[in-house]
Design a protein around this ligand. Structure first.
Ligand code: IPM
Ligand code: MG
Length: 369
């Protein structure tokens, strides 16, 4: 298998975590004889500093020609005062739009080894396994008109939440298809008691559900969903929701996994798939070698599954992550005082790569007898 991958390390801890994801992908290529080619480009704050633009033309062109894009993180406090179009985040939003992926898949599950790390009690999170399907190209993030007006010395700002039927249909289908391969349950999250966009959302999702008679669909208002996600996470299989609700709820759900650093994502449905950990640039810990790269590494696993259809090898990376956690290795975000095997970003990346090689070896040995 040959894959041309563009790597966008981005800001803050982005370069540290993507380096580990690339290390693990190189190991997979090595043990299975694939040719994975990696090209790095700039995006976000680092791109603004170098070129003045958060998404330089060379970056966008390379991404559009790639088989998939692996991104680290975007955002830097030095640009906090800038208006939306000039901020690092504008580069990411433009990239998402240009690549066209409208469905952002964010799996969240509890790891037995990390049960004591979650602020939630073990009996609540044990066995939780949720897939968020977040609409990624609509809603308040992209709705027009938007802006800030000034009148007689007073300012006002406005954004538009807008969804068309076809935008809702296409992401709903992704959620139902995903649920067919899981526990066949979709919870659609909206605010249909207040918002017109949510009323159209609910109607449309219900209509698409009739194409999937084996799926059990329910609807929750977003405020109630926020509560159920942390009080009874096992009640959920697939959660389908619009852009901003999905952004907020997926960060909240990270407490089920034990840390935001654990979460991965895949953005699919467009010309080129985009893979990024859910966490941000975490400028406070950047450059210290203490960031958790497991979300980035798990995003690389999603890349193998969704873009390369290497399901087994994706699963092997996930098993490798699990093994390293079971063996007690921890970055600070997932460590407790009693944990003694505290390791750096690069060390845990290497441990996962080693575990991948070992799992592959065992598989070979098994097939040889
Ligand atoms: C995410 C992030 C982004 C978003 C930011 C960096 C623009 O929070 O991927 O969840 O809001 O989508
Ligand atoms: Mg977010």
């Amino acid at each position: 298998m040959q894959l041309n991958l563009v790597v966008l390390p981005g800001d803050g801890v982005g370069p540290e975590v993507t380096a580990q994801a690339v290390r693990v992908l190189r190991e997979v290529a090595n043990v299975y004889g694939h040719s994975f080619y990696f090209k790095e480009h700039t995006i976000g704050g680092v791109a603004i500093r170098e070129t003045g633009s958060p998404l330089p033309a060379a970056t966008l062109e390379a991404c559009l020609r790639a088989d998939a894009v692996l991104l680290g993180a975007i955002g830097s406090p030095e640009f906090d005062q800038l208006s939306s179009p000039h901020r690092p985040e504008a580069g990411l939003l433009q990239l998402r739009r240009e690549l066209g992926g409208f469905a952002n898949l964010r799996p969240v599950s509890s790891y037995a080894a990390l049960a004591g790390t979650s602020p939630l009690r073990g009996e609540i999170v044990d066995g939780a396994n949720i897939l968020f399907v977040r609409e990624l190209l609509g809603g308040l993030y992209f709705g027009e008109p938007r802006g800030i007006t000034s009148n007689n010395g007073t300012s006002a700002a406005f954004n538009t939440m807008r969804y068309s039927v076809s935008e809702i249909e296409r992401v709903a289908r992704v959620a139902f298809e995903a649920a067919m391969k899981r526990r066949r349950r979709v919870t659609s999250v909206d605010k249909a008691n207040v918002l017109e966009t949510s009323q159209l959302w609910r109607q449309t999702v219900s209509r698409i559900a009739s194409e999937y008679p084996l799926i059990e669909l329910d609807h929750l208002y977003v405020d109630a969903a926020a509560m159920h996600i942390i009080t009874n996470p096992r009640r959920f299989d697939v959660i389908l929701t619009e852009n901003l609700f999905g952004d907020i709820l997926s960060d909240e759900a990270a407490v089920i996994a034990g840390s935001l650093g654990m979460l991965s994502s895949a953005t699919v449905g467009g010309a080129v798939d985009l893979y990024e950990p859910v966490h941000g640039s975490a400028p406070d810990i950047a450059g210290k070698g203490i960031a958790n790269p497991l979300g980035a590494i798990a995003s690389a696993a999603m890349l193998l599954r969704h873009t390369a259809h290497l399901d087994n090898q994706a699963a092997e990376i996930e098993s490798a992550i699990q093994e390293v956690l079971d063996a007690g290795y921890r970055t600070p975000d997932i460590a407790r005082e009693t944990d003694s095997k505290l390791v750096s970003t690069a060390e845990i990346g290497q441990l996962v790569a080693d575990a991948v090689a070992e799992i592959a070896d065992m598989r070979h040995a098994y097939h040889a007898v």
